[in-house]
Ligand binder design. Sequence first.
Ligand code: SGN
Ligand code: CA
Length: 515
Amino acid sequence: MVLKKFGFLSFLISPLLVLADDRPNIVFLFSDDHAIKAISAYGGPLADVAPTPNIDRLAEQGAVFLNSFCGNSICGPSRATILTGKHSHKNGFMRNTAKGFDQQQWTVAKALQAGGYQTAVVGKWHLKSTPVGFDHWEVFPGQGSYYNPVYIQMDGSKKQFEGYATDLTSEKAIDWLKGRDQSKPFFLMCQHKAPHRTFAPALRHLGAFDEVDIPEPDSLFDDYANRSGTLAKNEMELDRHFDWAYDAKVRKDERGDVELPEPDRYGTPEYNRMTDAQKAVWDGHFGPHNELFLADFKAGKLDHRAVVRWKYRRYMRNYLSTVKAVDESVGRMLDYLDSQGLAENTIVIYSSDQGFFLGEHGWYDKRWMFEESFRMPFVARWPGVIQPGSRPAELIQNIDYAPTFLEIAGLDVPSEIQGRSLAPLFKGKESNWRESLYYSYYEFGEHAVPPHFGVRTATHKLIHFPKTNEWNLFDLVADPHEMRSVHDDSEYVKIREELTREYQRLREYYDVPQE
Ligand code: SGN
Ligand code: CA
């Protein structure tokens, strides 16, 4: 039974004995910047406040990977790694600012397509290239938009659709499934824009979290002491960088004579995209809230910290509202698979390109090797293979997805792939699993996060910041929120040496060029 599920036997015999190719289907549901803290199946302080019942349904019927990470916490690079099974320095897409994904190289989509799968990607692509290896694709230009978004069509034309990106993307994914060739297994990547900045909710979800108290992280007012000096130079603080109109949704034309402090640079591109009817719903929600805030601000009732707290609440209410539509979209897909009798022979994965800061360290955005942005959600259901309700704790990474898909499809894994198939973990324990992860971040632009590289084990994390030649070491057991580097503490000499050796070993193992 289990072997049949893994496909390779049936794949070998199928040309001889049976006409239909009954290898498992793969549905990869993916979002952008979804922190595990905003998924109730992962638990944590927001689980009761902002439940995600549909992702949780997947979790209950499958596995929640508790220690799932990316290799480079930024969008394009994470996607390139998923497609290639390789770290950024090997697939060449090291930064969002990279020229374009090298389409000549091997990808798992090409391999699945050549191996008899029908392949499709809809939604966010963000690799500055036309998808290849897909029988069908319909993707956003660049980051895409939340309201009335444009999708690039396969003939290269651009077409605008009225509605909300998350809803439209899942409709398009399901429509493709409806019209597919039923004699072949399929690989579908359904990739949402949400909950990416500017955190713009479906209009039906505006106000969904107005009545709940959203707990604040302890480090909302982090002073960045006892860690790399580069932290204080960041440009991703709710306090100093969260834009008033763009992020906080207080438009200039709503402010009367109230002067808000900087920053206020980017305007309201999402609002500008809406129809008058849509704008009226938006204004009906934000208008009265903004009026109250501006009155309090003008009356001097809000000190500096109160303003940061207000921004935090505004940020979280919008972010969690965008997650609500993503969660509904997961539910729609699961319902569709159930209704078609496809659930049994389909592995469904929910993941996101990296994590995100939800006020920890005073931040929004990602990029740092700190836990909140380094982690990727990974929830997977595969009836008959993955034990329902399981919570594997092994260290997994996005380099592992491509070899996993190949093993599911019964295809060979090329030797240059750097990740490992997760299939053994699906079945239970694997005694010989990795004990450390390598991390790299190369971009140095928006949000002012410097390049840094590191290693993480189950209990510790070592980070190197080459520009300032600083090293930070975190004891993740004693200091899970990474508030103090123990790199120079005498009690940590042994661990520091071990981790330094492991870091060098991983760099050699993954064939990383000299810094
Ligand atoms: C945009 C955002 C950034 C975000 C990057 C990368 N700015 O540039 O805040 O860090 O995307 O995000 S925005 O003004 O365009 O919203 S990523 O997920 O694509 O890597
Ligand atoms: Ca992202």
